[in-house]
Design a protein around this ligand. Structure first.
Ligand SMILES: Nc1nc2c(ncn2[C@@H]2O[C@H](COP(=O)(O)OP(=O)(O)OP(=O)(O)O)[C@@H](O)[C@H]2O)c(=O)[nH]1
Ligand SMILES: [Mg+2]
Length: 452
C-alpha cells in the first residue's frame, strides 16, 4: 500500500553502515529527500523530517541503528497528533454518531459501507447506516445495495429532508440500542455555500462524535487543501483517504496529519467492503520501514475466522477429508480478509512479494472460477467426497461447467494434491516445516532489532 514510500526509506537505510560518517548520512538523506518529494510528500514536511533525522542521528552518533531510530521517532511524530484518537473510537455513551462528508465522487458512500462492515465484523457492533444524500438520484439505491450486501440496517426516505432523516435515525438508534450511526451525506463538486449550509444543518441535528472527511488520494495535495477548508467551515475530526490502490504515490498520507492538523484515521484501498485499513501511526511506521504490521493482520484474521470452525476444518484436513464444500467455505472466509496484496504487505519481509502479486484477485482467478463452476455441477454427494468422481461423472461435470475433460482432470488432480499436502503439513512435524519455510521467507526483509 505504501510501496513507494517504503522503498524510499529502505533505500536510505541501506545507504548507511553500522558505523558511518556524516558524508554517508548526507548522501542518504539527500536521496531520501528526493524520493519523498517525488512521492508527493509536501515539501515542508520533507524538510522538517530530513533536518530532524539528521540532527538526531548526529547527536547519537552516525550509524544504521541510530538513523533507523531517528527516522522511526520522527515518522511517528509526523503521523500522530497528541491526544487525538487513533483508529476508531467509541463515544462514552452509545450510539457513536459519525458524519461522512467530502467532495463528489471521493468515495463517501463506499467508505460508509466499508466502515459499517469493519465495525460489524471486527468490532462486533450493531451499526445503523443513514442515507442523507438526497442530491443524487441513485444515491439512496447505491447505499441500499451496499448495506444489504453486508447485512447492515439502513434508514432512508427519498421524500424527506436530510436533517429529518437523521433525526428519525437517531431516535431509532436510541430506542433499538445501536452502537454506531453512520451518516452518508451528499457530495459537492466544489465547496459551495448552499451545500455547506445543508451540511451545517445536518451537523446541528446529528451532533456527531466524529466528522470524517473522505478524500480521494489520487488528487494528491488537493485532498489536503480541501480537507483544510472543510475543517475551517464545518470542522472535522479525522480524514479518510480513499483510492489508495490506484497509482497514488502515498505521499499525501505522510504529510496530511501535520498539514491539516487532524489525524488520518483510515485508508481505503480497493472497491470491496473489506478494503479498509485503520491508520494507526505506530503500526504504519513499522510498515513504512518494511517491518510489516502483524498486529493489524492478526486483528483482521481474528475477526474473519471463527475459532470453532477453524478447529473443525483442521480436524478434517488432518483426516484427509477436505472436500469441495470445505473449499468453497474457505474461499468465503478469505474474502472477508480483503485483498491478498494488502495482507502480504503486513507480513515482515513480504512487501516485495506483495508487489509481485499485484492485484491478484484470488476469488476471480481462473483456477478458482473453474473449481466453482465444477462444484456447481456436482451432486451433494460428489461435493462431500471427491473420490466418487469416476469418468462418467467427470464427463457430466465437464459438460455442466462448460469445461473440457482435460481441464476437469487437471483441477481435480491439483485439488487432491493440495488436500494431501495440507494433511501432511497438519501432521506431526508439519508445523515445523511450515515455520522453517516462513523463516526462510522472512530472511530477506525486515529489520532485526526494530522495536515495535
Ligand atoms: N479503487 C477504488 N475505488 C474506490 C475506492 N473508494 C471508492 N471507490 C470508487 O469510487 C467511486 C465513487 O465512490 P462513491 O462511494 O460513490 O463516492 P461518493 O463520495 O459517495 O460520491 P457522491 O455520492 O456522488 O458524492 C465508486 O466507483 C467507488 O467504487 C477505493 O478505495 N479504491
Ligand atoms: Mg455518495
Amino acid at each position: 500500500m505504501f510501496d513507494t514510500l517504503t522503498d524510499s526509506f529502505k533505500n536510505a537505510i541501506g545507504k548507511i553502515r553500522f558505523h558511518d560518517d556524516e558524508k554517508a548520512l548526507k548522501k542518504a538523506t539527500t536521496e531520501l529527500k528526493k524520493s519523498l518529494l517525488k512521492a508527493d510528500v509536501h515539501h515542508k514536511v520533507v524538510k522538517d523530517l530530513i533536518s530532524s533525522v539528521e540532527l538526531e542521528t548526529k547527536k547519537n552518533g552516525v550509524g544504521k541503528d541510530n538513523f533507523l531510530h531517528a527516522l522511526q521517532k520522527k515518522l511517528t511524530e509526523i503521523l500522530t497528533i497528541e491526544g487525538a484518537p487513533k483508529g476508531f473510537t467509541f463515544a462514552s455513551k452509545p450510539p457513536t454518531v459519525v458524519l461522512m462528508i467530502g467532495l463528489q465522487g471521493s468515495g463517501k458512500t463506499t467508505t460508509t459501507g466499508k466502515l459499517a462492515y469493519f465495525l460489524k465484523e471486527q468490532k462486533k457492533k450493531k451499526v445503523l447506516v443513514v442515507a442523507a444524500d438526497l442530491q443524487r438520484l441513485a444515491a439512496v439505491e447505491q447505499l441500499r445495495q451496499i448495506t444489504s450486501q453486508i447485512e447492515v440496517d439502513l434508514v432512508a426516505d427519498e421524500d424527506a429532508k436530510p436533517e429529518e432523516i437523521v433525526k428519525r435515525a437517531l431516535e431509532k438508534a436510541e430506542k433499538e440500542l445501536y452502537d454506531v450511526v453512520l451518516i452518508d451525506t451528499a457530495g459537492r463538486l466544489a465547496i459551495d455555500d448552499e451545500l455547506m449550509d445543508e451540511l451545517a444543518r445536518v451537523k446541528e441535528v446529528a451532533q456527531p462524535d466524529e466528522l470524517f472527511y473522505v478524500a480521494d488520494a489520487m488528487t494528491g495535495q488537493d485532498a489536503v487543501r480541501t480537507a483544510q477548508t472543510f475543517k475551517e467551515k464545518i470542522g472535522i475530526t479525522g480524514v479518510i483517504l480513499t483510492k489508495f490502490d490506484g497509482d497514488s504515490k502515498g505521499g499525501v498520507a505522510l504529510g496530511l496529519t501535520q498539514q491539516v492538523g487532524v489525524p488520518l484515521r483510515f485508508i481505503g484501498a480497493g472497491e470491496k467492503m473489506p478494503d479498509l485499513e485503520q491508520f494507526i501511526s505506530d503500526r504504519i511506521v513499522g510498515r513504512l520501514m518494511g517491518a510489516g504490521d502483524v498486529e493489524s493482520l492478526a486483528e483482521k484474521a481474528a475477526a474473519a475466522i471463527d475459532p470453532k470452525e477453524a478447529k473443525r476444518m483442521t480436524q478434517k484436513i488432518k483426516k484427509g477429508q477436505f472436500n469441495f464444500n470445505d473449499f468453497l467455505e474457505q474461499m468465503e472466509q478469505m474474502k472477508k480478509l480483503g485483498s491478498m496484496k494488502s495482507l502480504l504487505g503486513m507480513i515482515p519481509g513480504m512487501g516485495n512479494m506483495a508487489k509481485q502479486i499485484g492485484d491478484l484477485d484470488l476469488e476471480n482467478s481462473e483456477e478458482v472460477r473453474m473449481i466453482k463452476a465444477m462444484v456447481a455441477s456436482m451432486t451433494p454427494k460428489e461435493r462431500e467426497n471427491p473420490d466418487l468422481l469416476n469418468n462418467t461423472r467427470k464427463r457430466r461435470i465437464a459438460a455442466g461447467a462448460g469445461l473440457d475433460q482435460v481441464q476437469v482432470n487437471r483441477v481435480l488432480k491439483q485439488f487432491k494434491n493440495a488436500a494431501k499436502m495440507a494433511k501432511k503439513l497438519s501432521g506431526k512435524g508439519g508445523m515445523k516445516q511450515m515455520q522453517d519455510m516462513m523463516k526462510q521467507m522472512q530472511g530477506g526483509g525486515g529489520f532485526p532489532g526494530m522495536p515495535r
